[in-house]
Design a protein around this ligand. Structure first.
Ligand code: R5P
Length: 296
């Protein structure tokens, strides 16, 4: 019997190879290019008949990759794949999960419906869930959520002397406390007020008991980077050493990383999104999830 085949979307080849190595699965390949008018051309460079194919690709700024995903998933089905799964280490379009102003599109729901129509199941890492309790509220296919907290916690324990894990806002409490427990470090949660897409205000609680520790600001996502910059600046003003930042999903839009250069001592991320800050590989987590749930 032939085992599952991992199929990387463009840009995810290295990650898929690491996952494949950890699982003992094979990798398939795509032939992709653009027509002169920029439309996408996709060809499967293997025969998917009867195969369990797991597409691997993060979906940041997902519009472009979504089209490729749609073409690949349809081609797999039409050409006889027995199962089409998706590993999206970063899953986009979770921010707009409600209609805050009249007339707004609830894009998280629409995107979930589109993805649910393409693949049989989905594995992802730390999705950015706020007002919805779980992916099952918007996805109609089976979903499996894997958490990067143990890996980040162990990285902190290995790399940082006398760490203090800092969650920059109330939402971060869920992962900051778990990261701290894996790091064997104390944890504090700050208060954040978002004033705009690129403007946040941070308030610190009483940090006197933690003087002398090295702050490590942890978050699920760095997008504009303003949350990390504000948290680092507030901690430094209080007399702490310049903070280290560790995030799961390194989106870092535009000049976000440059903006952090003067505020953080070091910035690291997991490799859910390929980025120069990647220092914590998540392939072992995905491999464990896939080998537990692999469909032969
Ligand atoms: C917010 O709730 C999230 O956990 C992150 O703190 C936020 O998305 C970071 O965004 P930015 O980098 O734009 O401040």
């Amino acid at each position: 019997m032939t085992g599952p085949l991992l199929l990387p979307l463009p840009g995810a080849e290295a990650l898929a190879a690491r996952i494949a190595k950890a699982c003992g699965f094979a990798c398939g390949a795509l032939d992709t290019r653009r027509f002169p008018d920029r439309e996408h051309y996709v060809r499967l460079a293997f025969d998917p008949r009867g195969r369990n194919v797991i597409i691997v690709g993060d979906l940041p700024g997902p519009d472009d990759r979504f089209i490729t995903l749609a073409f690949v998933a349809d081609a797999l089905r039409e050409l006889g794949a027995s199962h089409v799964g998706l590993v999206a280490p970063y899953l986009g379009y979770l921010r707009q999960d409600a209609r805050f102003k009249p007339g707004e599109a609830v894009s998280s729901r629409s995107f979930a419906r589109l993805v649910s129509g393409l693949v049989d199941d989905l594995v992802t890492i730390d999705p950015h869930l706020h007002r919805i309790g779980g992916l099952e509220a918007i996805y109609t296919i089976p979903t499996l959520v894997v958490h990067a907290a143990p890996l980040i916690g162990r990285w902190i324990a290995r790399e940082i002397r006398h760490p203090l894990v800092v969650g920059p806002d109330a939402e971060s409490r869920q992962w900051a406390t778990e990261i701290a427990s894996h790091a064997g470090a104390p944890c504090v949660i700050l208060e954040k007020q978002r004033l705009g897409d690129r403007e946040v205000r941070i308030q610190l609680p009483d940090l006197a008991p933690f003087r002398g520790l090295q702050p490590v600001v942890v978050d699920d996502i760095a997008s504009s980077g303003r949350t990390l910059v504000a948290a680092c600046a507030a901690l430094e003003t209080e007399g702490f050493p310049r903070a280290v930042c560790a995030v799961v999903h390194a989106l870092f839009a535009d000049q976000a990383l440059a903006g952090l250069a003067g505020a953080a001592a070091r910035v690291v991320s997991t490799d859910t999104i390929s980025h120069p800050t990647n220092a914590i590989p998540i392939s072992p987590l995905i491999a464990a999830a896939l080998t537990e749930q692999a469909v032969p």
